[in-house]
Design a binder for this molecule. Structure first.
Ligand SMILES: [Zn+2]
Ligand SMILES: [Zn+2]
Length: 270
């Protein structure tokens, strides 16, 4: 019995004798099936080929894989006042990454923005001492490896020390961002996953239902995302991929980007 991992989206599945028939996450409009057909691998096989990429990235420890794998998101170790949160997850757990996290006091819980980044979340929880994994209940149907460590939260906000999980929806019904009020420097930060996608000018964000297939969110969802985050101040925005960071002026960048995006959709603010 094996926990198979989809090679295109990096999601690990519940134990099975043979690889699953298909990957519902990749068959969904927001993703795509690999061009050579559905392929599967295992954590063991991946661990032989991929090492940890660990970087102090704009003042915070970011973790990824090298060479890159699947969607290639990164995760962050967020040291809030009362607990350490591992934000997002990766498909491979490496000893080097676990040691780096332990050296910084370990992790009290894992929180993940949305199903594209669930990856090998259960492996991470187990490697870090069985810590809880916080997922929004609106995306429960996308969990492919159920586990007692998973804790579903509901509603639009969940405070964890001086951080807040905010459900903005849009890309997925439960798409969540993490606001850290006081770090990693005064002014605070927003860890946006791909609910807000940091553009290459590093001054704007975008709002898409599907990034690989270029399907934008509609005006209502864009306004909702902006309005949910309006009460929060943040100087910096950390996007889902390496180097996708808006170093300063984050709140203003969101306001400016929403205005521009709504105009492009033909639905400008009155
Ligand atoms: Zn997949
Ligand atoms: Zn996504």
């Amino acid at each position: 019995m094996t926990h198979f991992i989809c090679e295109t989206c990096g999601t690990q599945y519940a134990k099975s004798e043979r690889p699953p028939q298909s990957c519902p996450i990749c068959e969904d409009d927001r993703q795509y099936v690999g061009w050579n057909g559905q392929r599967w691998t295992t954590h063991e096989a991946l661990a032989q080929e991929h090492g940890a990429r660990l970087e102090e990235h704009f003042g915070i420890l970011a973790l990824g894989l090298t060479p890159s794998f699947a969607i290639d998101q990164r995760s962050f170790l967020i040291p809030t006042k009362e607990e350490n949160i591992l934000w997002e997850s990766l498909s491979v757990v490496t000893d080097e990454a676990v040691e780096a996290i332990r050296a910084r006091g370990g992790v009290d819980r894992i929180a993940i923005s949305h199903p594209h980044f669930y990856s090998s979340m259960v492996e991470w929880s187990e490697a870090l001492g069985g810590v809880p994994i916080m997922l929004h209940e609106a995306d429960r149907e996308w969990v492919q490896r159920p586990h007692p460590a998973i804790e579903y939260w509901s509603g639009d906000t969940l405070a964890i020390s001086d951080a807040t999980l905010n459900r903005v929806g849009g890309h997925f019904a439960g798409s969540t961002v993490l606001h850290w009020a006081s770090g990693p420097r005064p002014g605070g930060a927003l860890f946006s996953g791909d609910a807000l996608q940091v553009g290459l000018d590093r001054r704007h964000v975008s709002f898409m239902y599907s990034y690989p297939n270029f399907i934008p969110l509609g005006p209502e969802a864009v306004r909702h995302t902006r309005d949910v985050l309006a009460p929060f101040r943040f100087d910096r925005i950390y996007g889902a991929w390496w180097d996708r960071v808006i170093p300063e002026g984050g709140s203003e960048a969101l306001a400016r980007s929403a205005e521009r995006f709504l105009s492009a959709l033909g639905s400008p603010d009155p």
